[in-house]
Design a binder for this molecule. Structure first.
Ligand SMILES: Cc1cc2nc3c(=O)[nH]c(=O)nc-3n(C[C@H](O)[C@H](O)[C@H](O)COP(=O)(O)O)c2cc1C
Length: 366
């Protein structure tokens, strides 16, 4: 299993959905950063289950404790351990489903790979694992904002076939995103999305969606060609989030249908440096940030666990009808917004440290 991401800002997550708790160890955070639990809790509250009628009914406060690496409100440069207890477990919900691998979930593949699996709630494949990512991401984000003024904002841009109209990515804020339950900033389409999710929930069904994300004020020069190009790292980070099925940056798949003459981003002089007139590159060229806003989209599938009858087979290959029990999200995208922001922050933080490490002459010789 691989539970660690990052080269210099290294984050390891731990925990299963129904064990004592989940969390992360962050190694490589710079020393002397003001940090307290409240800095982290804001994003955990946006991720937490039971926060609205559109999410799972599982009730968890998801209160984070910083166990190490911080003293008198300042980071020490030592590993920061973050812990969130699991409180509202109901393993009984899963007993009847134990002999049946849920279609399109991770039960069959975990069992086949490890020969054993957590008995309830999806174990490590559950979205509770992402608590560690969100907690670690909040630390990265604080450092990025303080040091470079980097802003990361994600929002729901599609639910099923409902698409938001084009919006101005230079203006979008988390305040606008959180103005409604579905975290989609255009009220007209947000209402339709909310209606569609409620209808799917009533039908004991689920819906997919798309999250868009923009990163502003990103310094030029982040990304490590050739295998750790910035967009390759972002794609890897996003596709490691449970239930993701697609990633595109800048013009993405639509760009493949354009001509070069229409697609190229001409250079212009901007604030004493070269910028681009348009930004179909999505802020990354040659795997390196170019100083323009970085923007990308992540596709999420409809969640696998649904209450409707599904014809499938059990682990012995015998035909069964599964009507899944337990408490589940009818559509994950509203809760996945802070997860996308966190994974983005982890990639950018690590990239900043890697680029800064090139300045080896900054050491004072003795
Ligand atoms: C925020 C969030 C909440 C999720 N909630 C559920 C859920 O309630 N039920 C479910 O079956 N899957 C849920 N998932 C997705 C599963 O964790 C995921 O589909 C499963 O681990 C299989 O992995 P894969 O879809 O990446 O192949 C959720 C994902 C996210 C990001």
């Amino acid at each position: 299993m691989c539970s660690t991401i990052g080269t210099l800002f290294r984050v390891t997550t731990f925990g299963e959905s129904h064990c004592k708790g989940v969390g992360a160890v962050v190694d490589g955070c710079p020393p002397g950063i003001a940090l307290c639990e409240a800095d982290i809790q804001v994003q955990l509250d946006r991720r937490r289950p039971g926060q609205s009628k559109l999410t799972t009914d599982r009730q968890e406060a998801d209160q984070v404790s910083i166990l190490s690496g911080v003293e008198q409100g300042k980071t020490l440069g030592t590993p920061i351990a973050l812990f969130v207890p699991n409180k509202d477990q109901r393993p009984g919900d899963y007993q009847s489903m134990a002999p049946i691998p849920r279609p399109s979930h991770a039960d069959y593949t975990y069992q086949a790979k490890y020969g054993i699996r957590a008995s309830s709630g999806g174990g490590r494949s559950s979205a509770r694992e992402t608590i560690g990512r969100v907690a670690a991401g909040a630390i990265a984000e604080k450092v990025l904002h303080q040091t470079y003024g980097i802003e990361i904002v994600a929002w729901v841009s599609e639910v099923a076939d409902i698409q938001e109209p084009q919006i101005d990515m230079t203006q979008i804020t988390r305040g606008l995103v959180d103005a409604n339950l579905v975290r989609s900033p255009v009220a007209r389409t947000a209402d339709k999305m909310i209606g569609a999710i409620k209808a799917a929930k009533n039908d004991k069904d689920s819906l997919g969606g798309v999250i868009s994300c923009v990163c502003r004020n990103v310094p030029v020069g982040l990304g490590e060609p050739v295998f750790d190009k910035l967009e390759a790292q972002l794609a890897r980070a996003m596709l490691s989030i449970p239930a993701t099925k697609g990633f595109e940056i800048g013009s993405g798949f639509a760009g493949s249908r354009m001509r070069g003459s229409a697609h190229n981003d001409p250079f212009v002089q901007k604030d004493g440096r070269l910028g681009t007139l348009t930004n179909r590159s999505g802020g990354v060229q040659g795997g390196i940030s170019n100083g323009e806003p970085i923007y990308f989209r992540v596709a999420f599938k409809p969640v696998a666990t649904i209450g409707q009858d599904q014809a499938t087979v059990d682990f012995d290959g015998q035909p069964v009808v599964l009507a899944a029990k337990g408490r589940h999200d009818p559509c994950v995208v509203p809760r996945a917004v802070p997860i996308v922001e966190a994974m983005t922050a982890l990639v950018l933080m690590d990239s900043c440290l890697r680029q800064a490490s090139r300045d080896y002459r900054s050491l004072t010789p003795c």
